[in-house]
Design a protein around this ligand. Sequence first.
Ligand SMILES: Nc1ncnc2c1ncn2[C@@H]1O[C@H](COP(=O)(O)OP(=O)(O)OP(=O)(O)O)[C@@H](O)[C@H]1O
Ligand SMILES: [Mg+2]
Length: 273
Amino acid sequence: MHTHGHSHANADETACTQSAETLDPAHVGHQHLREHHGAEEGRPLLEFEDLCYAYDERPVLRHIDMHIHAGDSVVLMGDNGSGKSTLLKVISGLIFAQKGSYVFDGQTVDEKAMKVSTFAKNLHQRIGFIFQDSDAQLFCASVEDEVAFGPLQMGVSEQEVAQRVDDVCTLVGIEDLRKRAPYNLSGGEKKKVAIACILSMNPDVYCFDEPLNGLDQKTRAWLLGFLHELKAAGKTLIIATHDQSLADEVADYFVFMGSEHGYTDKPHIHINR
Ligand SMILES: Nc1ncnc2c1ncn2[C@@H]1O[C@H](COP(=O)(O)OP(=O)(O)OP(=O)(O)O)[C@@H](O)[C@H]1O
Ligand SMILES: [Mg+2]
């Protein structure tokens, strides 16, 4: 019988103090997500080489050369329109560079590769993207359906999905919202649900786009603590933000994105380690 008696729930721990690491499915015997063993020794997990992206004829990402290693916490900074969200979409395999390459864990991510459903599923499982606008991310009838959606898509058994939904809702502190419709939650509640949806996939890489937008002080403090836990659990964090205090708190290094567009001008990014 699977109810709440699983390997890591510790009733007297609050949601905020539970470790993100305890969500590692390997701890509860779900070995299938462990078939990949992360990046080859020493090889960056994400590699960008001369990557360029344009919306129609308007260049946005220009000649990006960058390596991100597993476990890095990277903060993307830059003016409005400098391409932070665009880069996160490329990383998540939602859009594809017209020039240059993006390699994730040794494999090129492009439109052709993403047409192979096993490849696309693996990428979406391993790279979670919490959108700038939660409304763009939430579409199910209830919060618990929303949190279950990703793992069900991945072919995880219903019993195990139910377990994960319990775990994640506790961890994020949204048990009270489980039966609610996502579309009429508050902004901060939606953000928590969106985070729960990604957490239920147990990705290796978390892409956060302006995670603190619209959050109250309490939720903001919770999220900062949570980011630290993800970091401590060895997750790779890629965070786009205008919030200097968030950036200072979590960044191992910064990537500054230039705001002039056009493929021929100065290097688009400046990496500050
Ligand atoms: N779907 C789209 N079609 C056309 N142009 C787009 C599209 N999405 C973004 N852009 C343009 O691409 C540029 C980069 O946008 P992006 O959203 O990546 O910027 P950003 O750095 O995330 O900005 P912000 O700080 O405002 O979130 C902007 O000039 C924007 O207008
Ligand atoms: Mg943006």
